[in-house]
Design a protein around this ligand. Sequence first.
Ligand code: NAP
Length: 259
Amino acid sequence: MDLGLKGKKAIVCASSKGLGKGCAMALAQEGVDLVINSRSADMLEATAEEIRKATGVTVTPVACDVTTGEGRAKVLAACPNPDILVNNAGGPPPGDFRDWDRDDWIKALDANMLTPIFLIKATVDGMIERKFGRVVNITSGAVKAPIDILGLSNGARAGLTGFIAGLSRKTVRHNVTINNLLPGAFDTDRLHANMQASANKTGADVGELTKQRAAGIPAGRFGTPDEFGHACAFLCSAHSGFITGQNLLPDGGAFPGTM
Ligand code: NAP
């Protein structure tokens, strides 16, 4: 299926590895030119080269912290008029809400709520004028089924989800859609770091714990960044103009609800 994206331009935030990289690669395979981003310049350049070699598209790496105003300005300067915006950043740390002060909350809100909102603010009017735009926010399955130790994530991402629910109904008339992708458990460094943290806490064997976690998913395994990327590319496709304000949950069947 041709997704109708050849020659479009995308900003994919937080994309040197993991889910962001999966999205960048899948869009590049559709002929989309990219601005990719992460804080570490070396890994970002290596990822840019890997995508260029695999697909032949133009890939511009912008090394910065996208959760700061300065970082966002750098990303936008490299691609002021994107057709596609994929919002992503690292997730907040786990913990007990009794230990979090105002700064912890502001950091989580900056990274996982306000950064996507400000990037949308900077790009959506151009998309509306050009009558094409696709925004995908990488959030978390925790938006639908909160995870107790991830209170900062549950709170900040739920705030973003509420905002998007309103805005996405205003832009769709202009062929600008905004949707959220809610990852379940995907095989990335972040997932393995979380498994290691759980193992350290309980003294369990990390390999055994990881196996058990994967086995507990109806699919019997973790998702791959490649699968996640293709779900993102589908939401960005030229054929997806009637899908907006949705929360798509790629999780291998883990969420046990009917809807
Ligand atoms: P990952 O494998 O650790 O990759 C994170 C990527 O984001 C890296 O490229 C990292 O590069 C970049 N990054 C982090 N903070 C950044 C910042 N402030 N500015 C720019 N780039 C930044 O993580 P992932 O598993 O792909 O997770 C992506 C998002 O999905 C996170 O918010 C995570 O909480 C959420 N999520 C993941 C899962 C899962 O199973 N994997 C499940 C639910 C939700 P640098 O460190 O060099 O900046």
